[in-house]
Design a protein around this ligand. Structure first.
Ligand SMILES: C[S@@+](CC[C@H](N)C(=O)[O-])C[C@H]1O[C@@H](n2cnc3c(N)ncnc32)[C@H](O)[C@@H]1O
Length: 233
């Protein structure tokens, strides 16, 4: 069944994909859909000040159209080894139009991951099946340099059933204010069924702790939470 999820995006039931229909619309769609998206991009840039040094490696997991890497590159005069991973060829092609090279990789499968000093994963881990997400985070911890950092932003569930109900409704209202029709809002929820695995803040933090990360919440708005993860000696 075809589902209109934005003015120029048609999706399918239980099958949200970042394909050639979504990719050209993605930068506009994400700004309409995610609260304070631009602020999160600015934070991703700003945190890089603490964790980069000449020729250090910076990774964007789920780099999509390359916007975050483009900003980090523009910010620094020092040379950085910038790497973005994504498994959508359409998003990779879209990034190319901005002059950003993204490497094709499926984050749910093993691939060669270099050591790095700073990384971001913005709204991406939520799309990985929980066992694959945990396996990736384990490898990320291993490859993150001592004293390195990673900025993670995720869609999260409320801590109780009532909180979840309130946060969900606030989020739908925000989308309506941003111009989505009621039909588009419910259609997006239908398209995302079975494609997204959000967790509560405490479940996210239990996973970070078990893997050995230090962490601090550095962003919280509606159903979205951002943590700065670090690794210390
Ligand atoms: C919501 S978008 C991320 C947006 C981007 N990080 C930003 O801040 O604008 C999620 C991205 O993760 C990618 N993605 C989802 N599952 C993936 C997987 N298994 N492997 C690699 N990339 C994946 C999608 O193709 C998409 O570009």
């Amino acid at each position: 069944m075809k589902l209109h999820t934005d003015d120029k995006i048609i999706s399918r039931q239980s099958n949200w994909v970042f394909d050639e229909h979504v990719a050209p619309e993605f930068d506009k769609h994400v700004r309409k859909s995610v609260p304070n998206y631009v602020h999160v991009q600015e934070l991703a840039e700003t945190f890089s000040d603490w964790f980069t040094y000449p020729n250090s490696t910076v990774i964007d997991f789920g780099a999509s159209t390359g916007e975050t890497l483009r900003r980090i590159k523009r910010r620094h005069s020092k040379a950085l080894n910038l790497i973005g991973y994504d498994n959508s060829q359409a998003m990779i092609n879209q990034a190319k139009t901005k002059g950003v090279d993204i490497t094709f990789a499926d984050l749910e499968k093993p691939f060669v991951l270099p050591d790095f000093s700073y990384a971001v994963s913005l709204y991406t881990l939520q799309f990985l099946r929980p066992y694959a997400r945990n396996a990736l985070l384990k490898r990320i911890y291993h490859c993150l340099e001592n004293c390195g950092g990673m900025f993670v932003v995720e869609k999260v569930l409320g801590s109780t059933a009532q909180m979840q109900d309130i946060l969900q409704q606030l989020y739908w209202e925000m989308k309506a204010k941003n111009g989505f029709s009621s039909e588009q809002i419910i259609n997006k929820a239908k398209a995302l069924r079975g494609c997204m695995y959000p967790k509560t803040i405490s479940d996210n933090e239990a996973e970070f702790t078990a893997l050995g990360f230090n962490f601090e919440i550095v962003f919280k708005e509606s159903q979205f939470c951002g943590w700065l993860l670090t690794k210390s000696l």
